[in-house]
Structures are given as C-alpha cells and as structure tokens.
Write a protein that binds this ligand. Structure first.
Ligand code: SAM
Length: 218
C-alpha cells in the first residue's frame, strides 16, 4: 500500500509533470477548459481570501497565473506571489500581470521567509506535490492563524477506479488524496481544518470530483 502522500523517492518524476505543463501552456488557457475545469475551484479560493481579508498571499502551483492575477485585480492585496516549478507556465503568467511577484520554484522549497504571509492557496496542483513537505513549507511561511485553502482533485467515484489505481502507483508522478487524507495531512502539518466541501462545476461530480479544504495555521 503506497503512502497517502507522494514520497520524496519519486520526486524526479515531478519534472515530467512540470515539463509537460510547460509544453501545453498555451492550450491550457483555452476558454472552455478554464470555465469547465479550472475556474470553479478558483472562485472558491477567491471567496475564502475575501472572507479572511488576507493581505499577503501566495498561490502555489499557479500555472499560467489566472487565479493569481485575479487575486491581484479583485482583492488588491499588499503583495501576491505566484509560484510554479514550470518555466513554460510561468512565462505565460509573467505576460499576464506585472503586479504579481512571480517565482520559479517548487512547492516544497518556497522562496519566502518565515511568517511572511497571511494566506497560502493552491488550485488543481496539490496532487503533484510532495504533500507533507509542501505543507511544512506552507506552515512555515504563514503567520499564526494564517489561512490555507487547497482545492484538489480526488478520483474517488467508483467509475474513476482506474484513475485511482494509476495515481496510487508510486510510478505515477501524482497522488490525489481523498478528502479524509487531505484533512489528516493538514492536521499533521499543524493546521486546524475549518471547512471542507465539494466544488460545484458544470460537469458530473463523478467525472471531476474535487474538494476545497480550508484551514488555519496553529
Ligand atoms: C493543472 S496546473 C494548475 C495551475 C493553476 N493553479 C490553475 O488553477 O489553473 C498544475 C500546475 O502545478 C505545477 N506544479 C506541479 N508540481 C509542482 C511543484 N512540485 N511545485 C510547484 N509547482 C508544481 C505545474 O507546473 C502546473 O503549472
């Protein structure tokens, strides 16, 4: 039985993931793909940040920076960082906004100081991270009481069993944790989970079952 998180042993495969996204960065911004797949969790994250009144924010695994730029434009925070390990995705992001501080870095080694942020968010990327290592970093860069909001996919429906098996294989460079695993991972990293809910989207939920987990740094 593989661990509930990606182990550091298969981190080399993460370069395949970030390289892949670099190659598809242009197609990634297609309107339909964004509306159907990526926008719904981003809406939830914006709502959480707005409710918390966060002023110093990082979006981890920011991709082409659509959410990060929205945060800058709609919430007018003091500072917002967009962090991603793919140069191709970040190139698109940089062209999108000069307000955001873009950083080429892995979620597992954030180029940010201790307690520098009020909020760390991540959409549709957490399943690629080394979960405990990334969460340790999220905890480190947040102030006590800081907000964490992670929207991630988890192929849990019976029809998604083949995907489930694939993503559990240590050879596959992603592991989509179940909602219960995600909650435990956050708690083990020192967060108090305050909410966890399904993300509604214009697709059957068995097809893309994703969940947002919200917490506060202890
Ligand atoms: C499906 S995209 C999501 C992008 C964006 N968050 C969104 O909602 O559209 C996943 C992103 O995670 C990034 N990624 C994967 N592993 C990463 C890691 N270990 N550290 C930082 N970014 C990573 C990829 O390069 C890619 O840009």
């Amino acid at each position: 039985m593989p661990s509930t998180a990606m182990t550091t042993g298969n981190r080399a495969l993460n370069q395949l993931v970030t390289g892949f996204f670099g190659n598809v960065a242009r197609a990634y911004d297609t309107r339909t793909l964004q509306q159907v797949l990526y926008r719904p969790p981003q809406d939830q994250v914006v709502a959480e940040l707005r409710a918390a009144g966060s002023r110093r924010i990082a979006d981890i695994g920011c991709g082409t920076g659509i959410l990060t730029t929205r945060i800058a434009r709609e919430l007018r925070p003091e500072v917002v960082y967009g962090v991603d390990a793919s140069t191709g995705m970040l190139a698109q992001a940089r062209a999108r906004s000069a307000e955001v501080h873009w950083r080429h870095s892995a979620a597992e080694h954030l180029p940010l100081g201790d307690g520098e942020l009020d909020a760390v968010v991540s959409t549709s990327a957490f399943h690629f991270f080394d979960h405990p290592v990334a969460l340790r970093e999220f905890h480190r860069v947040l102030v006590p009481g800081g907000l964490v909001a992670i929207a991630t996919m988890h192929p849990s429906a019976p029809t998604a069993r083949p995907i489930q098996r694939l993503t559990r294989s240590p050879r596959f460079p992603a592991h989509a944790p179940s909602p219960r695993e995600t909650r435990k991972l956050l708690e083990d990293a020192g967060f108090t989970v305050t909410d966890q809910r399904k993300i509604a989207r214009p697709l059957p939920s068995w097809l893309v079952p994703d969940v947002i987990t919200v917490g506060r740094r202890g």
